[in-house]
Design a protein around this ligand. Sequence first.
Ligand SMILES: Cc1cc2nc3c(=O)[nH]c(=O)nc-3n(C[C@H](O)[C@H](O)[C@H](O)COP(=O)(O)OP(=O)(O)OC[C@H]3O[C@@H](n4cnc5c(N)ncnc54)[C@H](O)[C@@H]3O)c2cc1C
Length: 774
Amino acid sequence: MKSIFSDRAKVDLIEINQLPLFNENNCHNVPASVKEISQRIDDADGVIIATPEYDHAIPAALKSMIEWLSCTSHPFKDKPVMVVGASYGSQGTSRAQINLKQILDSPGVNALVLPGNEFLLGNCRDEFDANHKLKNKQTIAFLTECFDNYLDFIHKMVPDLTEEETDMNYVDKIAWSTTYDTLVLGFGGAGATAARHAADSGAKVLLVDAAPAGHEGGNTRYAAQILASGDDVPGLKAYYKAMTAPFDLDEKMIDIFVKKMVDFPNYLQNYLDVKPYSFKHSGGQLSAFAKSVISEFPELAGADSTDALTVHNGIFDAALWKIIRQKVLDRSDSIDVWLNSRAMHLIQDPISKVILGAQIDRNGKTYNIRAKNGVVLTVGGFENNKEQIQDYLGETKLSPLGTLYNRGDGIRMAAEVGAKLWHMHNYEAVGFLHGLAFKVPDGKRARLILDYWPDLYTGSILTIADDATRYFKEDEECRHGHIWDHGTWRVPRANQHPYLIFDQAQLEQIKANKNIPYSDFLDTLVKADSIKQLAQKLGVDSDNLVNTVTNFNLFAEQGKDYEYHRAPASMRKFDNGPFYAAALTHTMLNTQGGPKRNANAEIIGLNGEPVPHLYGAGELGGINTNLYQGGNNLAECLIFGKIAGENAAKPKDDTTTSNNHAEPSEVGNVAPQNDLAQTNLDDIDLESNQYLGVSDQGIGGRVVVRVTYDDSKIKDVEVIEQNESEDFGLKAVEELPKNMVANNTYDVDGISGASASSRALKSAVKNALAKVSE
Ligand SMILES: Cc1cc2nc3c(=O)[nH]c(=O)nc-3n(C[C@H](O)[C@H](O)[C@H](O)COP(=O)(O)OP(=O)(O)OC[C@H]3O[C@@H](n4cnc5c(N)ncnc54)[C@H](O)[C@@H]3O)c2cc1C
């Protein structure tokens, strides 16, 4: 209970194992150990007694302690007491608790015992983990409910414990681990931007991320790195209003957003030291791809004003992310970074509602971090939280394309402190067709395939839903997963096990493509001699699948798709087989929902007022709703990350809370730590035939290799440092060095799905080999 509730109350543990057995004859010569316990009970606002059960009652030692106190100082008199218990057996101390409550009610003890709220922990051997923490979420939730009721009970039962008094003292009741001016939760694009601008405003900042070292960066590092921008403010504003309609966004917020987007060239030069590459103004004929990136909704008002920027002429290479991250590294004097550190709860003053700090789980330990001027919530969305995907999006299965560390913690934390949530229903997808990928096991990232691949919707091929019927127009234009749906753009309902279904002619058509974007899926095909047999193998309704293919053939013959209006020229009648199926999954790019914020990046509470000292930026509760223009999310990270960081850095003058009392020197037992320290290259040992190669082209930053080169041959390539993705990137890290040795060249084929990592390894080895002749 001490570790779970240290953000709500200061909890001291008292052991009773040093007390002598009660002896009435010694009541006038009370042992010091009894006196000490009596004093500590006296000083406390309440007492929780945790008892085991022996022979249907409390242990003699506990009874003896109560006897000492009831015979002498009576510290339990009018003291709110909560009783909890744990036992090896299944009954969880039910009899002992009744027994204890009866004793506490007796004259001489006169405690005020919390009624109801029976926390009985049975079979307790299995209930704790290796760190002695409760494992079961439901048990913790019930204990929390009982504890909250107990805190209410204390306030009701102790008349002189006024609200004002508890308010004044709340901040001092928390066992703070350390204190910063600004605490930024989440080291993605928004968090890095907030931390950097908070530091530039003079704040001492702690930036924490749940991912382990080298895997911070969230969705930002996986992103295409495109920033939405525009040529003029009125046009861009009209476009954003049209995308948001029929909803009205806060006018001030949209004004700031579009003004700053138009000003991005200056922003990038002033704060990131880069001259941006403009998709629109780079010269030459615009490709269809460039046009679709610049304006996803060209039919909307203001669409002529939109543009898209990158930090150089390239996408999907973490280029913007690496610059933002470097800005944090450059400020290591004022920004400490904790990785592998998951924010669990915000710590809020119960009366003034000021956010005082947050509780962080780091390497199995819990830390209460005090933030004097503000906390910035930038922990990304809920791409990897099945329950929230079900609750907010109504979907059962979506495979993330970005980070797996965005688990919806921000939504939970914001809700706990009374924030209003908004835009919960919005999310984006991409991939082939309207946003699909080949099936991956649950909990894995899907492989993003964005290449032009018409063989998946042209010919004798269709896509089926869980019930073996078609469910969308396969050749439909898609806008971040949204397709045209009865007058609006919407992501179609996701299915749990969609399949591509095709015939032998289609298989040959697919294989004939010299630039096939991804051929590994051909090894996973399900094959059958008839459609009925195929349905049986897939476990889908065979009558439906036969009907689906029969109808498709009819539409192909008639030259009209009466069901989904697919272009007749894209439909070929299925041949006589064999027939094939490829398992698919619906993808999840990123979510938009989260706590509502205003133009100052303040998070808004259910009462419509800002939650004091709490700020937000990035995709968690972002500005996007209804339609989505690509590039908007990173734009939000830069724009609102800066505003949030600057505002969370400003010293506060809240009279409603005592938070200004806490000084770094007075509290804390955690020395400053920074997990971003890099290996010193001079410390890496090299033999005379070994050469060090470095590249900054990795998706996770620096890649360092040690190459052994003898007799004009690459003998060995060791990867000394890398932070590539745990799945596709790691494959490149494992495979490429072997291929380089086998082929005696750095210039080997890259790994599909890991182009940035492959590029980085090749350029690191090239860099090492360049030193051979030196
Ligand atoms: C494949 C892909 C391509 C995309 N391309 C683009 C694009 O080109 N342009 C664009 O605008 N948008 C793009 N997006 C969307 C965009 O990347 C994200 O919306 C944006 O990066 C979100 O930034 P963020 O800082 O809010 O969150 P993130 O970058 O996701 O960072 C959140 C961080 O919080 C951490 N975290 C999570 N929970 C906790 C916790 N409890 N405690 C501490 N840390 C925590 C995570 O580890 C993560 O590092 C793309 C997304 C994907 C997946």
